[in-house]
Design a protein around this ligand. Structure first.
Ligand code: CO
Length: 413
């Protein structure tokens, strides 16, 4: 195909999204020659490796930007290397982590979940008991509300996509709907909250409105088809779709039904949002509509001039993604991106766009709109009204500058 005749959808090389569906777009392959096909490599001269109980990954991908509080090993975060992944599922071994006092080693058979407080029948569940209830599974994202805080620094940080945005992952989460367990316990009149606490060293706790627990919360037992990883709450965790990750308490051991929130450390001093007038907004649970281009991005340098696929992720705590637009000229003009087939409620959605890079500098951006009509804000709008140091719920548009050598870096546009 003569790619020079492809229709533009926006300035600086963005092509119509239907371009992606055409064959032969890339023209990145080398011509086949006799010498390239002629020799049998060693792995075709003898049988391969034996079978084994588990399959190690083919590549050395690892979490990134692993940081803990001074003097601690397990009180911090590690991030998903988003720029090296495709699709919408995060492999469990690369799911981001955020812990407040390390990963507890819990004997599953000894672990209990207690539902108590303002209930008619206080109940205790072990893992076997929970398996006798209906289990549902859903593909959904989990995002730490401190994700992307690096976009608040006065000068753009020299960081890659995973290091800036990697506190977002998506999995198939399987578990028991909480409305079933709460109904069995019997909520007393006037109860409106439940305080969820974990079996880690600080008994990390968060208060959650009963309304959310009834709407779509589960006690998660499975992640991507296997029991939860220990770092993600084994043997059981709370999972609150679309809400800030901290409230999805890992290693869940108690739900105390109450008529008011606990006002605990992690919902007052932390995980609250301070504005310039000194007001603290508490219980800001839903994660905003957001998107990022994962490729190209820092570290993934373009080679020859020609047509590239821009690829990225979009999500919203309010529901499905309706639309993603991409820009190659720093937000002056926008083209609609193609969404992958799976556009799911409160899940990562993969988007793609075709872009002709002619070797000129470019600034790539993406902007998501969710099913409620909410549009991802630009950086200035996202910062406006925030107190200095108030860093939760950053969902600003990310800009990557591409230089004439094809290298990408974080910029403010
Ligand atoms: Co919040």
């Amino acid at each position: 195909m003569d790619s020079s005749r492809l229709p533009d959808a926006a300035d600086n090389g963005l092509l119509d999204r239907r371009t992606l569906l055409r064959a032969g777009l890339g023209s990145a392959a080398a011509l086949l020659t006799a010498s390239a096909h002629g020799t049998r490599p060693d792995h075709m001269r003898q049988p391969g490796a034996p079978m084994s109980g588990t399959s190690p990954p083919a590549t050395e991908l690892a979490r990134t930007a692993i940081q803990s509080q001074p003097g601690t090993l397990g009180s911090g975060a590690s991030r998903t290397p988003l720029q090296h992944l495709d699709g919408l599922i995060t492999p469990s071994r690369l799911h981001f982590e955020r812990h407040h006092a390390g990963i507890p080693t819990i004997a599953a058979h000894a672990h209990r979940l207690v539902i108590h407080g303002r209930v008619k029948r206080p109940l205790v569940f072990d893992l076997d008991a929970l398996h006798r209830y209906p289990i549902v599974s859903r593909l959904q994202f989990l995002e730490c509300s401190g994700n992307s805080a690096a976009l608040l620094t006065p000068q753009p940080a020299d960081m890659d996509c995973g290091a800036i945005h990697g506190l977002i992952s998506a999995s198939e989460w399987g578990g028991v709907p909480l409305n079933i367990l709460l109904d069995e316990a019997g909520i007393e009149p006037g109860a409106t909250w439940a305080v969820a606490s974990g079996a880690d060293a600080p008994a990390m706790n968060r208060s959650v409105p009963l309304e959310k627990l009834y709407e779509d919360a589960i006690v998660a037992l499975y992640q991507n088809g296997e029991p939860l990883r220990r770092a993600n709450g084994y043997p059981m965790r709370l999972f609150l779709p679309g809400w800030e990750g901290n409230a999805s308490v890992k290693w869940l051991r108690a739900l105390q039904v109450t008529d008011q929130p606990a006002m605990s450390r992690q919902e007052t001093s932390k995980y609250s949002d301070l504005d310039v007038d000194g007001n603290a907004r508490l219980f800001t649970f839903p994660m905003g509509v957001k998107s990022i281009i994962t490729s190209p991005s820092p570290g993934l340098t373009l080679g020859e001039h020609g047509i590239y696929q821009i690829s990225g992720l979009a999500w919203s705590g309010a529901g499905r993604i309706r639309r993603v637009e991409v820009s190659a000229d720093g937000g002056k003009t926008w083209a609609e991106a193609q969404l992958d087939d799976h556009v799911l409620d409160k899940c990562l959605t993969r988007f793609r766009a075709a872009w002709r890079w002619r070797g000129a500098p470019a600034v790539l951006m993406s902007r998501a709109t969710d099913a409620t009509g909410a549009v991802q804000p630009d950086r200035a709008a996202n910062i406006e009204g925030r107190a200095t140091g108030s860093f939760y719920h950053v969902n600003a548009i990310q800009a990557w500058a591409i230089d004439s050598h094809g290298a990408a870096r974080n910029v403010y546009a």
